[in-house]
Design a binder for this molecule. Structure first.
Ligand code: SF4
Length: 434
């Protein structure tokens, strides 16, 4: 993994290379750390919210939510107790931005959570993190202890009476579904991390209280907005959303890795410029680009020619930026083979709670494997599309509901590769799924 400061206006990765010990408070403070929190505590909450609104920060978790609107709703929510949760359970294949932040600039995440706590008058926060990366947890725990020792966490933070906030680390089971609030909240409460009751984070989140949940990248943006001012932050990005975004490039890029990219950067630059992805390893043009993670759709390079890396441009192409994942493949990779891997991921990550997700994901994978063997018969493609549609429609949570995005876009963009997997002389399948 590589982390770079691609833009002259790098705001999230600016400290990465400068901190030999990223958990150390004095170094963090020397590099503009805690200026955002200092500023926040001088502002009226309405002014603070206005800065967020002006900044135009969109959640970097992939949900696409407007952060100012979320904060406003939680500020208005009834209840004495409110919680701040950082979801660092980054399990999206091809995404490594949150791990990088937790490892290389944990205090930025902590500072962002502390500003949120100040705004919401929350006194308890949680970092929800995968247990597979003990070194990250250790690093974050050291940063927490250091922040507490320097009075940036704990009681009377910055000497302000009553400004009390602490953060506890909660280790997740690592399931992909635990990124869905309906599964994450029970897991945080010590129950099984599967979707249960419908969670409304504003009304009844953690322990029934209003709960703010962001990913580490979103939290790391908050101090920057306060430090620079909402307007200056917005100017770093695009019309529809301010700031920069961490983009994880993988697949067949010549320069795979993590890049900080200004929102509004032409996608062509990210794919092909030497200081970003640098094109394909073979020098051949890319055949397809998978954007937004496993739940996102495939696109052809032609679709992205005039496209800027913005939420609105992607929306216009029926694509999603998601959590900033871009996977690119050249013509050495078959679409059916690629999608079989996507389906295998869904099978492995099915929590088993609902029939459609549990059994349907297996059926989808099996059918793709049949296509890989060129063993399909007439009728199979129709049956396959029915199955995918059924799973997407009947699944209990967004994991199963999103399975069709990559598959249907692949079928639409590369129909011949699916047709080639069928023996058209064979008798038609008589299977009728439902
Ligand atoms: S779709 Fe169903 S089986 Fe899959 S993760 Fe969601 S609840 Fe679990």
């Amino acid at each position: 993994m590589m982390a770079t400061e691609q833009t002259t206006n790098a705001i999230l990765t600016a400290r990465f290379a400068k901190m030999t010990n990223p958990a150390e408070v004095p170094t963090y403070v020397d590099l503009a750390g805690y200026q955002g929190l200092q500023k926040a505590t001088t502002l009226d909450t309405a002014v603070l919210l206005n800065e967020l609104e002006t900044a135009g920060l969109i959640s970097r978790s992939g949900t696409g939510e407007n952060i100012a609107a979320q904060w406003q709703a939680l500020a208005k929510a009834k209840g004495q107790t409110k919680y701040v949760v950082c979801n660092a359970n980054e399990g999206e294949p091809g995404s490594f931005k949150d791990k990088a932040l937790i490892q290389k600039d944990p205090l930025a995440v902590i500072e962002g959570m502390t500003i949120a706590a100040y705004f919401l008058k929350a006194s308890q926060g949680y970092l929800y993190v995968q247990g597979e990366f003990p070194e990250f947890i250790e690093n974050f725990a050291t940063a927490l202890n250091n922040a507490k020792a320097a009075h940036y966490l704990g009681t009377n933070i910055l000497g302000i009476p009553g400004f009390n906030f602490d953060i506890q680390i909660m280790v997740s089971g690592g399931g992909y579904v635990e990124n869905v609030a309906d599964a994450m909240i029970p897991a945080l409460e010590g129950r099984v991390g599967k979707p249960g009751r419908k969670v409304n984070l504003v009304k009844r989140g953690l322990y029934g209280a209003p709960t703010l949940v962001h990913d580490p990248e979103t939290f790391a943006n908050i101090p920057v907005i306060l430090r620079l001012g909402g307007s200056a932050y917005r100017d770093l990005g695009a019309k529809d959303a301010g700031g920069t975004i961490l983009v994880s490039l993988s697949g067949q890029f010549q320069h795979p890795g993590l890049y900080e990219v200004a929102l509004g950067t032409p996608v062509q630059d990210i794919l092909y410029q030497a200081d970003y992805g640098g094109g394909s390893t073979t020098g051949k043009p890319f055949k397809f680009i998978h954007v937004g993670g496993q739940a996102g759709a495939l696109a052809t390079p032609a679709q992205l020619v005039d496209c800027a890396y913005t939420y609105s441009d992607f929306h216009a192409q029926h694509l999603t930026i998601g959590c900033g994942v871009i996977v690119a493949m050249d013509d050495s990779v078959g679409v059916v083979d690629y999608l079989e891997k996507v389906a295998a991921f869904y099978c492995a990550e099915s929590c088993g709670k609902c029939l459609a997700g549990r059994v349907g994901s297996v059926r989808i994978k099996e059918q793709l494997q049949k296509f890989q063997r060129h063993a399909g018969v007439p009728g199979d493609l129709r049956y396959f599309a029915h199955t995918v549609d059924h799973v997407a429609e009947r699944s209990l949570c967004p994991v199963g509901q999103s399975i069709g995005n990559a598959i249907f876009s692949g079928m639409k963009l590369f129909p011949d590769e699916f047709k080639q997997s069928i023996n058209w002389d064979a008798p038609e399948t008589k299977e009728v799924p439902w």
